[in-house]
Design a protein around this ligand. Sequence first.
Ligand code: ACO
Length: 431
Amino acid sequence: MSESQSLTLTDSAAGKTAEFPLLRGTLGAPCVDITRLPKETGYFTYDPGFVATASCRSAITYIDGDQGVLLYRGYPIEQLAKQSSFLEVAYLLMQGELPSASEFKSFEHEVTHHTMMHEALKNFLGGFRHDAHPMAMLCGMIGSLAAFYHDSLDMEDPAQRRLAAIRLIAKVPTIAAACYRYSIGWPNRYPRNNLEYVNRFLHMMFEVPSGPLELPPVAAKALDLLFILHADHEQNASTSTVRLVGSTGANPYACVAAGIAALWGPAHGGANEAVLKMLEEIGRPEDVAKAVEKAKDKNSGFRLMGFGHRVYKNYDPRAAIIREMTHKVLADLGVNDPLLEVAMKLEEAALKDEYFVARKLYPNVDFYSGLIYKALNIPTEMFTVMFAIARTAGWVSHWLEQQNDPEAKIGRPRQIYTGAGVRDYVPLSSR
Ligand code: ACO
């Protein structure tokens, strides 16, 4: 990282100037290092939503939003989607390099042998109403994991940190499937070690005690692809949440539970559920134009879900891959879903519309993913849970990176205070 150039700020009122170094990563725009700004000038910066602020240095994921580029540890997402697997991607994100055959085998063994959930966790499940949203259950269950691993929560110890990361990657699918089965009244299904990661999850979701589960090969393939594409996305809202909580020294189970809570919002991971509901509401290709007009009307309170992104001002590369897979999955499974036509018409209409063109609003990762989940019989309320399973790989990788970062500090933004000035307390009897 070179720091050869600087930016000079001039405070014309005070007649002072101050220089701030420019930081450059291996790729991407330079950043002005303003850490000394308050000391040197007495000013803070104002940046709601962190639109112009880098919160950390990270070597995990790179996005070029203008060009529609996404790299995990330098590898283009298109190549990983075509040739890798989710578990290999999880290793890559965590460890920084692709594994050798023996490294992968031992990683897979580790993950596979941490997939069981503590029997006492079932008591937590039993406390939820049967119709609780699975994201609410998942958030609570993952947060509670810290209570089960008192003996390995010394976060100063790199081996214990790694173990916690492996446990999270291994157990989140087990707990997610248990939440689903609880909600439909099915008995819990234990993870089967003879299956690989995604297939094991599908069996925990759908296998019944009375008979074996026959899954078409495209099901595991499609889900593995979706998991790869959702595994990480640099400092998005949920990952930044994990890092903010992690900055306090909180344990990784609490950090990931916080990430799950952040992911649930419809502006973030909750969008995949919202997209399907929107497509169902639109219902027919003939009604697409009306929906586009409504999304443009600021008073309607309606946005095209699955459209737009803080960073991508071009086609989200993940959406392009998922779009192609959607056609394959529906064709292989022989599913004729009229919502696919609604989605394609909606995309076509929005991409031609001046409102969306001018604002560079393109389909994002979640525009098509719901149609695949639906074809795989995954219920709509579970869509964001699917996202959480995949993103756990990214969350734990960022948490691990943060724990090793010599520049990491407790996250503590400042504010512009707009409340009352100093005033005297008036006793209740005199008010
Ligand atoms: N439909 C209609 N208009 C939109 C949409 C949309 N989906 N997204 C943005 N706009 C408009 C805004 O109204 C705004 O218009 P204006 O300039 O006239 O005021 C402009 O485009 C910029 O939008 P912002 O909200 O300022 O962009 P921001 O970067 O803050 O938000 C976000 C990004 C939250 C993703 C937004 O595009 C959105 O709400 N999309 C729908 C929800 C969604 O799909 N979320 C998933 C994101 S991807 C992920 O997390 C997995």
